[in-house]
Ligand binder design. Structure first.
Ligand code: SF4
Length: 374
């Protein structure tokens, strides 16, 4: 099947299933063009992040669901939109917008975002903010607000400023953080005005950089600019099959982040949602990759956690309880709650091609001397 045919097929599926359509910024597209020109095909890691593959449109795994983390069941507030989500006693998530600079093929919130987007068209964002503020005032144990989306950086500076100002007016809120992929899709979105806002309110910024090749000179310069303003920078990203599912790719990304002063918090195991099979990795292989990374890298690289998200919050390997060998469903225990997680079938879990995932090193003839390569 040609890429054009795959795109058409995906377009039909996305309309029917409510997936986010393909959306790429010209900035990111330049990287894709470079990758395609170098490889002579559309199989490179960044292309898989932005455009559908044949696997994406045709491979399905058992027990896929629309929304695994079930934001809706943790939604607060009284509108029919999922904008305030609370899973932890001390934190609340605010979905500020359903817009993003680009659409990631692996997006795990595609279902809620699609639903929110149709509600957003009717307006009402100010009312949602007031509802959040009212909710926070009634819940003083919530000390942190997480601004996510969509991508909060897509909001106009004046709206971002007003939003943060309102949230900060709640005395019990001590900390606010922003989650964004703007740094890789559109670094210029970090305008001087928005950087001033981030600095003024001492916000934490959590990037979602997925692959080392997403960090070019322009991205690195923007990160350096944010550093100079003393903005606290972090990262988190999903482990994605055939994109970064090898300890060496993770090593490269985590090392680069460390050099830039960005602390990686988590590596996420993708949710078993509809049409996610192209990206999913079997848990036993996730643990193997984590072990290899731990064995063959210093702590400033491997001191990150591998987690999966669930309707009850994040779950770690230590919380593993048992696997039902008949159904291939893994059970984790978290604070007395039993969390079932359908594992990705072993026969579908084809390991990512390292030559493709780190294609630039092959071009440069770099000898991969990092231990743990297998
Ligand atoms: S930026 Fe985030 S919310 Fe937007 S499509 Fe990508 S993963 Fe989904």
């Amino acid at each position: 099947m040609t890429q054009l045919q795959i795109n058409k097929m995906f377009s039909a599926i996305s309309m029917k299933e409510g997936l986010r359509p393909v959306k790429v910024t010209p900035f990111y597209e330049r990287k894709l063009n470079e990758e395609v020109a170098a490889l002579g095909n559309y199989l490179g890691p960044l292309h898989r992040l932005a455009f559908p593959t044949q696997e994406r449109v045709s491979l399905r795994a058992p027990n896929e669901v629309k929304d695994f983390v079930d934001d809706r069941s943790n939604a607060r507030g009284c509108t029919n939109k999922t904008s305030i989500v609370r899973k932890y006693a001390d934190r609340a998530l605010f979905l500020t917008t359903s817009d993003c600079f680009g659409h990631c093929q692996y997006c795990f919130r595609t279902d809620v975002l699609g639903e929110n987007a149709s509600i957003d068209e009717k307006g009402g964002q100010d009312a949602e903010l007031e509802q959040l503020v009212e909710y926070l005032r009634s819940q003083p144990e919530v000390t942190e607000v997480i601004l996510s989306g969509g991508d909060p950086l897509i909001l106009p500076a004046s709206r971002l400023d007003a939003m943060i100002e309102r949230i900060r007016s709640v005395p019990s809120v001590k900390s606010i953080r922003i989650h964004t992929r703007a740094i890789v899709y559109e670094p210029k979105a970090f305008t001087a005005e928005k950087i001033d806002i981030l600095a003024k309110y001492n916000l934490r910024v959590i990037f979602h950089i997925v692959h080392p090749y997403e960090i070019c000179e322009e991205v690195a310069e923007k990160i350096a600019e944010l550093q100079r303003r003393k903005i606290r920078l972090y990262n988190q990203f999903p482990l994605l099959r055939n994109t970064n599912d090898h300890q060496l790719v993770l090593h490269r990304l985590l090392e680069r982040l460390d050099v830039m002063g960005v602390r990686n918090l988590s590596i996420f195991i993708p949710d078993p949602i509809n049409f996610s099979a192209a990206f999913r990795v079997r848990l036993s292989r996730v643990w193997h990759i984590a072990d290899q990374l731990n064995l063959f890298s210093p702590s400033w690289i491997n001191s990150t956690r591998f987690v999966l998200d669930s309707p009850f919050g994040k779950v770690r390997r230590e919380q593993y309880s048992e696997t039902n060998s008949e159904t291939d469903v893994v059970v984790f225990l978290r604070e007395g709650c039993s969390i079932p997680f359908p594992d990705f079938p072993e026969h579908l879990d084809v390991t990512g091609d390292l030559e493709l995932m780190l294609w630039r090193e092959n071009r440069r003839g770099v000898h991969r001397s990092a231990p743990g390569e297998d």
